[in-house]
Design a protein around this ligand. Structure first.
Ligand code: BGC
Length: 752
């Protein structure tokens, strides 16, 4: 469609025309105006309020007037709409250009990185994660929280993987829905981001991603759709990148056709900061609120230039009205519109302590369940009475992380390091010797360079560091090595991707020398995903991946190391043996050339690639060990033909056959035997985290609805579940499938 014909046709109304007349002009002098009448339907109140706004006032609602807000219209009781980052907790107060204001009362609970949340595979914890942020946001007077971030991990290098929920659309969707429900139940709006496919930070503002329709539908969009249609998310943030030639913040296909028209999204689309590039495209292609970080707010694309276009008749006012309706709809949902003659509404809850002990406990529980035990040859859990001296080696043992990484940063009231957590747990009964061991990455490497605390610590002599670590290892009963990545120097930082998946600094050499000096070495890695481990993995008896565990991280870690808590995390992303094995790299389809990246691997993201192409990963998707053992038995597939949409109930028994209480994440994968279109070998379609006492057995039951069998058919423009045979695979990871059964779908099911 040409721009001009679009202009004529645009202005898709959000509400039925019948409500249009309802409010306009019917407020008598004494009468309570319709828009303030809580007994009236929101749609009618929106229309009434809309009809009272001047053109200029309406335009003021569709762009920023400060770093994290839009202007209000006080004469009508419309307050400013206050937003804040972000996905892992409520960020500290920032002013213009995102400059940190150093307030004294803006602490927040730093939850673990979202990839850690994903590793819990626990939807209840996802709800609690959202609840904590929602309650603290409310406390701090925020209306919209900019999260969760649900972009799919396409490459282990992406600098924001730690903020995202892993490589699988089903796992991501289930967690995102629960997170949003927990957050929005507190009276704040979530803003699911970044719509869509912000899966690399390198050239994120301009990169043109070429993604075929089926891949978009099956891999990159499901979490957004679930956020809209299941969780009722009130706002969606457009991504920086382009998809198929158009920036996501002004992308007709994504915003108007898919999000608003097909999915029926009623809320507002917010741009990523400075993610809008044109007035015409943003005006017409579904962007509702333009945000940014430069200060000439009148010069925003959806400010004066838009107003001029409306005044000249270039854009019909219906285009503006649709955006304003959405803005007002969100405000009504949040109960923000107030009687202008009464004191202004505030979204702040009555003052309570910021970051309460209850919230900190939730953060600790999430961290405890997030740790993934990748290897354990009879070393963990450690038994304190049998230990006199522990060597704690590695720069991450004394590091804190919550304040780094870009916009997901949190000013935590405290953060327990690994060393502190271990020392808290042991209470001075065991001698702890600490050695730094390696030089950690320093500097920001991300977009927020000016606001990251830049400490340029000069590197220490690495041979001296290694010698000290080896001496410490030799003198101890066991070694707890705490290394991995951090949020500096281009690692796990917004605005930059990692260059490779090697451990930074001298860690590969150090770990080898430490384990040689003391074979009883536990390696703990912090970070946002896979690292190469060739140099030392075979020699190390125990390995735990800890992600970024939030403000209670060190305490959580100690509880797992010393057996108070049994680890139950499972990888939400494949760890490849080497970067070149993972799909985008194997196909030379990252980071793109001449500003363009073709998603050549299509559907084969993460384990879908490794399974279909029969490539052995280092650790597969869904993998994680426990201190106990589990047994799967007696799979039954109970068809539910009478209930359309519920084709099969998967039932099996799960028993804890070891001597410790523990939790297992039972995973259900579906494989189509003769698909009508090529499909990945198998796909995750169900999971359940089951907590079992030693010796306890439980019947587990998971319903697979028709979506579990469907693929997207771009020709039919529909989700199609072919009639025919499917294998249902149940197990402990994507590569440890312990039960399988066959299921026949007797008729083809199609859904738009
Ligand atoms: C990030 C968003 C964030 C926004 C506001 C952008 O750079 O991509 O995720 O919410 O800044 O800080």
């Amino acid at each position: 469609m040409s721009l001009m014909s679009k202009i004529k046709h645009r202005g898709m109304p959000l509400f039925a025309a019948s409500v249009l007349a309802a409010g306009a002009g019917n407020a008598g002098a004494q009468e309570r105006p319709l828009y303030l009448d809580g007994a009236k339907p929101v749609e009618a109140r929106v229309e009434d309020l809309l009809s009272r706004l001047t053109l200029e006032e309406k335009v003021s609602l569709v762009h920023a007037n400060a770093h994290f807000s839009t202007a209000g219209v006080p004469r009508l009781g419309i307050p400013a709409l206050i937003m804040d980052d972000g996905p892992l907790g409520v960020r500290e107060e920032v002013g213009e250009h995102g400059v940190i204001l150093n307030h004294k009362d803006d602490f927040a609970t730093a939850l673990p990185g979202a990839l850690g949340l994903a590793a819990t595979w626990n939807t209840n914890l996802a709800f609690d994660f959202g609840l904590v942020i929602g309650q603290e946001a409310k406390q701090r007077g925020k209306d919209i929280m900019l999260g969760p971030a649900v972009n799919i991990q396409r490459t282990p290098l992406c600098g924001r993987n730690f903020e995202y929920l892993g490589e699988d659309p089903f796992l991501t969707s289930r967690l995102a829905v629960n997170y949003i429900e927990g957050e929005q139940a507190q009276g704040v709006s979530s803003c699911v981001k970044h719509f869509a496919a912000n899966s690399q930070e390198y050239q994120r503002g301009s990169i043109n991603e070429i993604i075929d329709e089926r891949t978009l539908r099956e891999i990159y969009l499901p979490a957004f759709r679930a956020a809209v249609q299941e969780a009722g998310v009130m706002t969606v943030m457009g991504a920086y990148n382009q998809i198929n030639g158009q920036h996501c913040c002004e992308n007709e296909r994504l915003l108007n056709e898919i999000l608003k028209h097909e999915w029926g999204f009623k809320g507002a689309v917010i741009s990523d900061w400075n993610g809008v590039h044109h007035t015409d495209l943003a005006a017409l292609n579904g962007m509702d609120i333009e945000m940014g970080s430069w200060q000439d707010y009148d010069e925003y694309y959806l400010a004066s230039p838009f107003l001029a276009g409306l005044q000249s008749g270039k854009f019909p006012v219906s285009v503006l009205d649709d955006k304003v309706r959405r803005h007002l709809y969100v405000m009504y949902k949040l109960n923000l519109i107030h009687d202008p003659s009464a004191p202004p509404a505030t979204n702040a809850a009555p003052p309570i302590e910021l970051s309460t002990p209850a919230h900190q406990e939730i953060a600790r529980k999430i961290a405890e369940e997030s740790f993934v035990l990748l290897k354990n040859q009879n070393l963990l859990p450690l038994d304190p009475p049998r230990l006199k001296t522990i060597a704690i080696i590695g720069a991450n043992a004394t590091a804190i992380f919550a304040h780094g990484g870009g916009s997901a940063r949190i000013k935590a009231p405290y953060e327990i390091t690994a060393l502190e957590g271990i020392s808290n747990r042991l209470g001075g009964n065991i001698k702890l010797i600490y050695a730094q061991g390696y030089n950690p990455p320093v500097g920001s490497g991300g977009v927020e360079t000016q606001s990251e605390a830049e400490e340029t610590v000069p590197p220490l002599d690495s041979s001296k560091l290694i010698a000290e670590a080896v001496a410490a290892a030799k003198s101890a009963d066991v070694v707890i090595y705490v290394g991995g990545l951090n949020h500096h120097g281009g690692y796990d930082t917004e605005g930059a991707d990692r260059k490779d998946i090697k451990l930074p600094g001298e860690q590969d050499e150090l770990i080898q020398k430490v384990v040689q000096a003391n074979p009883k070495t536990v390696v703990i890695l912090y970070g946002g995903g896979a690292v190469e481990m060739d140099a030392w993995l075979a020699k190390v008896p125990a390995l735990l991946y800890a992600w970024y565990p939030g403000l209670e991280g060190g305490n959580a870690l100690a509880r797992v190391l010393f057996g108070d808590v049994n680890p139950s995390g499972k990888l939400p992303c494949t760890f490849p043996k080497r970067l070149a094995d993972s799909p985008a790299h194997a196909l030379d389809a990252y980071p793109g050339t001449n500003g363009k990246v073709v998603y050549k691997e299509g559907l084969l993201v993460g384990y879908r690639w490794f399974d279909t192409k029969k490539i052995e990963p280092l650790f597969p998707f869904g993998y994680g060990l426990s201190y106990t053992t589990f047994k799967y038995a007696n799979l039954k597939l109970v068809p539910a033909p009478a209930a359309p949409g519920l084709p099969v109930k998967v039932e099996f028994e799960l028993a804890n056959t070891g001597s410790r209480a523990g939790a297992e994440v039972a995973q259900i994968y579906v494989q189509e035997t003769s698909p009508s279109l090529p499909r990945p070998l198998k796909e995750l379609k169900g999971f359940k985290k089951v907590f079992l006492q030693p010796g306890e057995k439980q019947k587990v039951s998971v319903v697979l609805d028709r979506n579990a069998f469907a693929h997207y058919d771009p020709d039919k423009k529909a989700w199609v579940a072919d009639k025919g045979d499917y294998k249902i695979l149940v197990g402990s990871s994507s590569r440890d499938l312990l039960l399988d059964g066959k299921f026949k779908l007797t008729e083809t099911m199609m859904e738009k």
